[in-house]
Design a protein around this ligand. Structure first.
Ligand SMILES: [Zn+2]
Length: 357
């Protein structure tokens, strides 16, 4: 009898907490948040099916009441992605993680379902980029529903990081590639952005990534602050989005992880280019190759031959440009080589360690 009453009280408390979330809890305050909410309002009306969510609470085990969250790592450097996990509420596709600091809402990623084994805590996850331009200091991850209503706010600290500054002189041909308007170049840029900003549902890899060439000779680094000196005497600035390996023409280039080839073709500015999708919103990119050995749509394994390096497109000499994008944001490839981005054991350990209730 006593147990029954305790269970009834727990269910009642869980319902109160759920009602707090559904009623909004807190409202987003920035103009960007308001705009996002307005744009996504039609979705909200369809998605907020309250009876179904209440049913979920009833089915939960008493020891798992309340949502749980994990942030790995809690002190990223600019350019290093953060893995966010969320157990005990919401549905993937309707929940997003937003990185907020003094600069505003600087990155966002959608949550996706992580397959769980029987008897294991089910959770969903989001891989959130930390832009290389993020200022060091306190920041937070807002977990929001489709209409930008806050579900939870988690804190993290962005560490300080210095980037290399470099000047690159461009001859007439390379200056033209960067400066002369060309509808084909615009079409290629639009196609690239459409790919990099799309978030699929397939999880092709859970392991750490492997560099695409065996050489460790780097001629440019991730996040380099570049000044391009044009042949016209004018200058322009850019941030280097990946790592350049100074390898001779014809060097084998291999896939850094399992995935699906979503682009394999010549582009004006990046030459023979390959893009592989690895995880929802996570892509690896290989530019300036002499020859491409894969086709769009191919499913490939880590280490598969993608082509041979070269100097096609805007290149001042033979090299391989290797780049990782997470939710459209350029991300430090070394961070994905250093640790598996979806480390299930580490995520479950964190989720089981703490509960905010
Ligand atoms: Zn490069």
């Amino acid at each position: 009898m006593k147990n029954k009453n305790q269970r009834a009280i727990k269910i009642f408390l869980s319902l109160l907490i759920l009602l707090f979330f559904i009623s909004g809890g807190c409202s987003p305050s920035s103009a960007a948040a308001r705009q996002e909410r307005v744009q996504q309002e039609p979705q909200e009306r369809q998605e907020q099916v309250q009876p179904e969510q209440q049913e979920q609470v009833k089915q939960e085990q008493p020891q798992q009441t309340g949502p749980r969250f994990a942030v790995i790592p809690e002190n990223p450097r600019p350019g290093e992605p953060v893995t966010i996990a969320f157990a005990g509420g919401g549905r993937a596709g309707n929940v997003k993680a937003v990185l907020v600091n003094g600069q505003g809402r600087i990155a966002r990623s959608d949550f996706f379902d992580f397959p769980s084994d029987e008897g294991e805590l089910a959770f969903m996850t989001a891989i959130l980029p930390v832009p290389s331009t993020a200022r060091p200091g306190p920041a937070s991850v807002r977990i929001e529903n489709a209409s930008s209503v806050l579900i939870a706010e988690l804190s993290l600290t962005i560490m300080d990081r210095k980037f290399v500054s470099e000047e690159i002189e461009l001859n007439q041909t390379n200056t033209d590639i960067r400066t002369v308007p060309d509808p084909q170049k615009t079409a290629e840029a639009n196609q690239l952005w459409a790919i990099l900003n799309s978030t699929g549902t397939d999880i092709y890899v859970q392991d750490a990534f492997t560099p695409p060439v065996t050489s460790t000779r780097r001629t440019s680094f991730f996040g380099d602050r570049r000044v391009y000196k044009y042949s016209t005497g004018k200058t322009d600035t850019a941030i280097h989005a990946g790592i350049d390996y100074g390898v001779p023409k014809g060097t084998p280039v291999t896939a850094c992880a399992d995935g699906k080839v979503v682009l394999a073709r010549f582009r004006i500015s990046t030459g023979n280019s390959v893009i592989i999708e690895h995880l929802p919103g996570v892509y690896s990119i290989y530019y300036h190759m002499d020859k491409i050995e894969v086709n769009e749509g191919d499913l490939i394994e880590s280490g598969a031959l993608l082509g041979q390096s070269g100097a096609t497109g805007l290149a001042t000499g033979p090299h391989l440009h290797w780049e990782i994008r997470v939710s459209g944001e350029n991300t430090d490839p070394d961070a994905l080589v250093g640790r598996p981005i979806l480390d299930k054991d580490a995520i479950l350990a964190k989720l089981n360690q703490v509960s905010i209730f």
